[in-house]
Ligand binder design. Sequence first.
Ligand code: MRU
Length: 374
Amino acid sequence: MLVNGIHYRTIWVDENSEELICIIDQTRLPFEFVIKKIDCYQDMIKAIVDMEVRGAGLIGAASAFAVYLAVLRAPKDDAQFDAYIKEVASKIKSSRPTAINLEWATDRMLQAIQNTGSSVQRIKIALDQAIKIADEDSEFGRMIGIHGLPLIEKISKKNGDVVNILTHCNAGWLALVDYGTALSPIYAAHEKGIKVHVWVDETRPRNQGASLTAWELNAAGIPHTVIADNAGGLLMQNGKVDLVIVGSDRTTHTGDVCNKIGTYLKALAANDNNIPFYAAVYSSSFDWTIKDGLKDIPIEQRNGDELRYIKGLDNTSKIKEVCIIPSSSPVSNYAFDVTPARLITALITERGICNANPESIAVLFPEKVKNNRK
Ligand code: MRU
C-alpha cells in the first residue's frame, strides 16, 4: 500500500538491524503516521494488546515476529529454552483471544524451531519463518482481491453505474500485512477503473472504520462516506448498497464468520433487503477444529474505557480523549460477534469463492479438512 507515494507493509524487519521489527502504530491513525521499532517479545505483545497492531492477519504476523524476538533473547540451554518458549507462546496466544491467526502463527513458529541445532541456527530459522508467514499473509490478501474483483465487476456491468459497497470495521491493508481482505477486491476494482463508492461503518467502540478504513481509502483515492454504525439498514432499504463485504477473525469450517461487533446486524439487514453479503476470509483465519461459531468461538471482551471515551483531535489539533458516559454507569464491551453461515452469500478466499457451508469449503481446502482440520 502506498502512503504518500512510498510502499509500506504493516510490519517488517528494520533495514539496518535484524533485531528490530517495525510496525505502524495504528492507535495514532488517522492523525499521525508513526513507525515504531520493537526489540523484545514483551513489547510486541503489548503492541497487540494495546492494538497498535490489530486485524487478524497482522496480529498473526506480529505473533510470529514476537516468537522470533523471544528466540533472539532465549536461554542457550535446550531444557531451559523449551520451558521459556512454551511460556512465551502461551502469553502470545492469550493476548487477544478471538482471532485464530495468533494461535496459528505461534504454533507454526514453534514447529519450525523444534529440534533445531545451535541457537544461531534457531534464530535464523525463526526469522525466516516469521518473514514467510508475513509474506504469505500479504499474498493471501492479494489473491482475495483477484477472486473478489469479478463480483464487483459484474454489478458494475449490470448497473452501468457506481458500485456501492458497505464494509464494517477495518479489513483493509492495515488489518493484514498488505492488501487486506474485504478491501482487497475494492482496491482491485478501483485499479481496473471500475467506479466504486464505499460506505464505511464507523465501527464503535474503537472506530476502526472511521479512523483506519477511511484513512486507507483516502490514501488510495477511493470515494467513500463514513456512516454511523446504525445507518446501514436505512441505506440498504433505500437501494443505496449493492453489496456488503466484511472480513473475518475466525471462520468455522461450516461457514460461520466471527468479525467485529456489529457485523451480524449488517448481515441481518442485508438478508432482509436481498443484498449480497460476502465475507473475505483466508486459510489462516479458519478454525478447522470447531463447527458451531456461536457456541465455540471465544468472544473477546475489552476494557470498558474504549466505550466510555472517544478519541479525536481538539480545536488545537491535539489528540484528546473525552468521556461520553456517566461515570457511574456500568458498560460491557464485546469486541466481536458471529454471523451464522445461513446469512452469508459466499466466502471470498485466497483460493476462490465458495459457499458458506462445509461441503463447499472442503472443495477449496481439502487437505485442511482431511488433516483433522489443522
Ligand atoms: O479488533 P480489531 O481491530 O483487531 O478487529 C479487526 C476486525 O474485526 C477485522 O474486520 C478483521 O480482522 C478482519 S480482516 C483480517
